[in-house]
Design a protein around this ligand. Structure first.
Ligand code: SF4
Ligand code: SF4
Length: 204
């Protein structure tokens, strides 16, 4: 009888105790902002140096690039060559999230974002191309942004959901287009005024 009462007491205590488990996916987990969820690519910083691909222990980063000549910046100067990224892919079906690629990148082009919910029914879809890797930049915590980086451009729909409407992060053309659309009757005029005149013709 004594043992039975002790058992019941334990059951009751457990019933009223706050659970340690989270009801994912109904409740989103609160992860530290620097969690290793997914790798984001800041394409403008990548010089196609291949260091990350060479150091990756799983060989799951694929990079292709070509060279392009840029005209000299000053008269009489020399033309320069620069690498242009054609392909940058990470195969998340092989990646072991070691972070070596991020550590070795000398140009601050790779970052951790905390997102983890990108499982796929088809394993081939775990190969993220540079466009998809670029979209993860929107989730990279501001505390890890490289110096001089003003944040990723966001679409008007996404901007509306950001605190303050997110106008500060919109590219200037999109801000102008949004402003024009808010003036009744003037949006068509504003849109027309943004179209370049035919070469040789001057706007009247
Ligand atoms: S986190 Fe590690 S395994 Fe994954 S791509 Fe980077 S270096 Fe390769
Ligand atoms: S190490 Fe950095 S800059 Fe070099 S290819 Fe990789 S991401 Fe690009």
């Amino acid at each position: 009888m004594k043992g039975l009462l002790r058992g019941l007491r334990t059951t009751l205590r457990t019933l009223i105790r706050r659970p340690h488990t989270a009801q994912y996916p109904h409740v989103e987990p609160e992860l530290p902002e620097r969690s290793r969820g997914v790798i984001a690519l800041l394409e403008e910083n990548c010089t196609s140096c291949m260091l990350c691909a060479r150091e990756c222990p799983d060989w799951c980063i694929y990079i292709d690039s070509h060279k392009e000549e840029t005209p000299p910046e000053t008269e009489g100067g020399r033309a320069r060559q620069k690498n242009v990224l054609d392909r940058f892919e990470i195969d998340y079906s092989l990646c072991m999230y070691c972070g070596i690629c991020i550590e070795v990148c000398p140009f601050d082009a790779l970052f951790w974002a905390p997102d983890f919910a990108y499982a796929e029914g088809d394993i081939r879809n775990l190969l993220h191309d540079k466009e998809r890797l670029g979209t993860w930049m929107r989730r990279v915590p501001e505390s890890t942004w490289p110096e001089g980086y003003a944040g990723p451009p966001v679409s008007p729909a996404e901007a509306a959901q950001l605190p303050g409407g997110g106008a500060a992060q919109l590219p200037s053309e999109e801000v102008e287009a949004q402003a024009a659309a808010q003036v009744p009757g003037d949006s068509a005029v504003a849109a027309e005024s943004k179209v370049d005149p035919t070469p040789g013709e001057q706007p009247s």
